[in-house]
Design a binder for this molecule. Structure first.
Ligand SMILES: *[C@@H]1O[C@H](CO)[C@@H](O)[C@H](O)[C@H]1NC(C)=O
Ligand SMILES: *[C@@H]1O[C@H](CO)[C@@H](O)[C@H](O)[C@H]1NC(C)=O
Ligand SMILES: *[C@@H]1O[C@H](CO)[C@@H](O)[C@H](O)[C@H]1NC(C)=O
Ligand SMILES: *[C@@H]1O[C@H](CO)[C@@H](O)[C@H](O)[C@H]1NC(C)=O
Ligand SMILES: *[C@@H]1O[C@H](CO)[C@@H](O)[C@H](O)[C@H]1NC(C)=O
Ligand SMILES: *[C@@H]1O[C@H](CO)[C@@H](O)[C@H](O)[C@H]1NC(C)=O
Length: 454
């Protein structure tokens, strides 16, 4: 009798575990739907996919992914960012042609993945990385990836996610801030990669460049000294014929860190989860100071944050317009002596710089610095050169046309060799300061302050 009872208890327990287990699945197929109120959990329980409401607008339901293993709900991806469902009728399903489709009772299709390939046996899985993948798993063949959430980021870059371009397909992965803490619809702050010859990573405000990190130099970026070796993650910028992307990886799987763009602060921000205080800790952010704002000092001007006023002309340059004490944009600096390309120019070395905008640039990964100099001299519109990879002391980076968005950087700045007329190799220089007062980001007053050192 007792044994029978124990057997009965055992079966109940078994059933309980079995049903629990089948709830906590990481997979969705064409015969299972995900309805509002239920979730899918990655196999190591670090991420969860389901429906959530945002802030005060409890009626608006979004499909998203958040951390399962931390107590503060932190959403890392949203499907229907600008298209909330206004009731609890949301259903995520895999349709017969192998697309992920989000439906609501009143409005039909609210969101869909855009896979172009028809699938025979589509399976959706939430991976331990937080990536939601849609695969075609055909018996006896390898799985084909049809779509993944990592290719369509929201405001968050997670470890292993690529920020940037697949040049073969034209796919450009950028992160864009939530419009407000309650609204996952994209605001106007975007962080992404510019696939120039010498790639740069940039924050845009709308269509305007707002901040550049500067190009990758093998160790970091000259305009982002905050990004440096640390105990939590490694980082890299990969650039080849097929792809250009920024990526970071965890050093220790138990670390939790994420990079976001924040509309409220107009910044990129990295957070680390602190398990002792059970809070997110800000680890670093960018832009860092006023000198980081794109093109603060105009062409051939350099921004020195510790100086007052911060804008200066590079050695051998003077204010472009001497009448700029009126309400005007800062127009930058011009040469004291014009270049004379065919009679032979020289270069002066300026150190500790955030390297200029690389929109008009050229690189060669195998040239040394002497070859680089010769290459630059060859072309009259080449204005500067430097070492491409300072870790290996190799490669050549060249800039054409005006040099813009320069900044003096204490710790991570780089050397730049700037083209000068042969007769003007950096002696007897006038230092010129500019007072710049801005009422907002559009209206600035600039006062030149001139004095001489010789
Ligand atoms: C999934 O949801 C769709 C749309 O509501 C419905 O037509 C379909 O029958 C559901 N499938 C299952 C297996 O529940
Ligand atoms: C599956 O969803 C995609 C995306 O909405 C759509 O283009 C396709 O027609 C759907 N397939 C079927 C069989 O409804
Ligand atoms: C990873 O982090 C955990 C918790 O912080 C720590 O106990 C462990 O020693 C770390 N492992 C390595 C290899 O650093
Ligand atoms: C953005 O910054 C504000 C102000 O510091 C902060 O309260 C908010 O949590 C940040 N947003 C995100 C998504 O971290
Ligand atoms: C890069 O420089 C090397 C060495 O000077 C040269 O052999 C190679 O052709 C250059 N590559 C390009 C793309 O110019
Ligand atoms: C100099 O470089 C520019 C920019 O790459 C290019 O358009 C121009 O043709 C080059 N001039 C010569 C003489 O090579």
């Amino acid at each position: 009798m007792e044994i029978l009872f124990l057997k009965f208890i055992f079966i109940i327990l078994l059933l309980f575990f079995f049903t629990r287990f089948s709830c906590e699945t990481d997979i969705l197929t064409s015969s299972t739907n995900l309805t509002d109120g239920r979730t899918i959990v990655s196999s190591d329980e670090s991420f969860e996919l389901g429906f959530f409401s945002s802030g005060s607008s409890a009626k608006s339901r979004f499909l998203g992914i958040w951390y399962k293993n931390i107590p503060i709900q932190t959403v890392v991806w949203v499907a229907n960012r600008c298209n909330p469902i206004n009731d609890a009728s949301g259903v995520l399903m895999v349709n017969s042609t192998g697309n992920l489709v989000l439906l609501s009772q009143s409005r039909g299709v609210v969101w869909a993945s855009n896979s172009k390939i028809e699938a025979q046996n589509p399976v959706v899985q939430l991976l331990d990385s937080g990536n939601l993948v849609l695969k075609d798993s055909i018996a006896g063949e390898s799985e084909i990836l049809l779509w993944q959430s990592f290719d369509y980021p929201a405001d968050t870059l997670l470890p292993g996610m690529k920020l940037g371009w697949d040049l073969r397909t034209g796919l450009n992965r950028q992160i864009s801030a939530w419009k407000s803490p309650d609204d996952p619809c994209p605001g106007d702050l975007i962080y992404g990669v510019l696939p120039y010859n010498n790639p740069d990573t940039v924050i845009w405000k709308g269509s305007r460049k707002y901040y550049r990190t500067g190009p990758w130099n093998g160790i970091g970026m000259s305009g982002a000294p905050q990004l440096k070796p640390n105990p939590w993650f490694t980082f890299n910028l990969v650039s080849n014929e097929e792809e250009v992307y920024y990526i970071f990886y965890l050093k220790n799987k138990s670390a939790i860190t994420r990079l976001i763009v924040n509309q409220t602060t107009s910044r990129g921000e990295r957070y680390l989860w602190n398990d002792d205080t059970r809070t997110w800790t800000g680890y670093n952010h960018f832009p860092w100071d006023d000198c980081d704002t794109y093109e603060t000092c105009g062409a051939y001007g350099t921004c020195v944050n510790t100086a007052l006023p911060p804008c200066q002309c590079l050695k051998g340059f003077k204010l472009k317009s001497q009448e700029e004490s009126s309400v005007d944009w800062f127009q930058g600096c011009v040469r004291n002596k014009p270049l004379d390309c065919h009679k032979g120019d020289g270069f002066i070395k300026v150190d500790g710089l955030k390297l200029p905008d690389t929109a008009h640039s050229w690189v060669n990964k195998s040239m040394n610095l002497n070859e680089c100099r010769a290459k630059c001299l060859e072309n009259c519109s080449c204005m500067a050169y430097t070492t491409l990879d300072i870790k290996e002391s190799s490669g050549c980076a060249i800039w054409f046309d005006d040099l813009i968005d320069l900044k003096q950087v204490q710790s991570a700045g780089q050397d730049l060799y700037i083209r000068m007329a042969a007769s003007d190799s950096g002696i007897g220089l006038e230092i010129q300061y500019f007072m710049k007062f801005c009422y907002d980001s559009y209206l600035c007053l600039v006062f030149p302050v001139l004095f001489s050192v010789n």
